[in-house]
Write a protein that binds this ligand. Structure first.
Ligand code: ADP
Ligand code: MG
Length: 345
């Protein structure tokens, strides 16, 4: 280590990953694609690749047990990993679960966590095949590693978007973020006066989006049925803007999207306005929806455009143009990543 000291806040999460990993060269012929996508792609058999990904969640950073039931946390930890396998157009198969636990947690609490994990394993047809358990000085940490399978001809990377492709998202955006805002608001009310009951009425949808996100394995099955193969894909864990910029960078292109096209549920918009948040900001920068963001070539527009699961939000242009969000008056604002870029906040 040299004497120089670079603050992580200067680098940001992705700058740090680049710095740490740039000199690694793959040594095994079976490593088809390493760092830089939602999952690594590994040789398997003549027709298939194995996918491998991992995600860590720490108490106080990714979740707050004041309002996140452990059962939901277990479910969410699995679902968010499954989402990375979906982002490669694959099917999940195996997980390992590693825990760091402080003595604050009794056996019963961890059993509750595992109930959620078991439920997600059933829903997503995944086998729990191992893990590791250690103590922690304070708090709970969960790391899940996941494998999946994809036909070689079906694998989709972040890097395949081409000029004039259409940009599409599944489901709706911003709900998980607004759900979090409601939970944070009620936490503050509770802290100020523990006798006041939290007021969560009427917010079921966005609370569900925050606490029990569903990885879109259904969409991957749909691509198979519709015979559509996206040209590029990523899952929306950090926020639409941040993920769009990942696709733009990996594909060496630019993205143009329209704010009027962002799929934002009425319940999300209502809560956003109630809390003085611009609904489009929630849709653009709110994370954790675990929807899929992908691009298709124009020939697939007829198949995708009319399907209620999908919303076309813009198109791919050449690299030099820069990535923008365009408002209804035609004014273009440069897209910037304001999602969960750890260290930068
Ligand atoms: P995602 O949000 O889809 O989980 P990330 O943004 O966390 O993906 O990671 C981007 C890429 O960087 C992935 O290929 C991931 O495996 C890799 N990566 C992240 N952190 C590290 C690390 N500490 N060391 C090596 N690779 C990393
Ligand atoms: Mg991802």
């Amino acid at each position: 280590m040299s004497e120089k000291r670079t603050e992580l806040s200067e680098l940001g999460e992705f700058g740090l990953i680049d710095k740490l990993t740039k000199d690694f060269k793959n040594k095994n012929a079976a490593t088809i694609y390493g760092i830089g996508d939602d999952a690594a792609v590994l040789e398997r058999d003549e027709e298939h690749y194995t996918l491998l990904s991992t995600d860590m969640m720490l108490e106080g950073i990714h979740f707050n047990l004041m309002y996140m039931p452990l059962k939901h946390l277990g479910y969410k930890a699995v679902s968010s990993n499954v989402s990375d396998i979906c982002a490669m157009n694959g099917t999940p198969e195996h997980i390992t679960v590693s825990l760091a636990v402080s003595n604050r947690f009794p056996q019963e609490a961890l059993e509750e966590l595992y109930e959620g994990i078991a439920h997600a394993c059933d829903i997503f047809n995944v086998d729990l095949v191992g893990g590791d358990t250690t103590s922690s000085v304070s708090g709970l940490g969960i790391n899940i590693a996941i494998t999946g399978k994809v036909k070689k001809t079906d694998v989709v990377y972040r890097s395949g978007a081409k000029e004039n492709d259409l940009i599409v998202v599944t489901g709706d955006l911003g709900g998980a973020y607004m759900g979090l805002q409601i939970l944070e608001r009620e936490k503050e009310v509770y802290k100020a006066n523990p006798n006041i009951q939290p007021d969560l009425d009427g917010h079921d949808y966005i609370l569900q989006r925050q606490m029990k996100p569903e990885a879109r394995t259904d969409v991957i099955a749909m691509f198979g049925e519709l015979k559509v193969k996206p040209t590029s894909m990523i899952d929306i864990s950090d926020g639409l803007a941040s993920e769009l910029l990942h696709i733009a960078k990996a594909s060496d292109v630019s993205c143009q999207i329209y704010d009027e096209k962002l799929p934002i549920d009425a319940k999300t918009s209502m809560t956003a306005m109630e809390m003085n948040v611009n609904p489009n900001t929630a849709g653009l920068n709110g994370g954790e929806d675990y929807e899929l963001l992908f691009t298709i070539s124009q020939k697939d527009y007829e198949t995708i455009g009319a399907n209620p699961n999908f919303t076309v939000i813009g198109y791919i242009s050449r690299k030099g143009e820069g990535s923008h969000i365009v408002d209804k008056n035609g004014a273009a604002i440069e897209l910037t990543a304001q999602g969960w870029n750890h260290f930068k906040d």
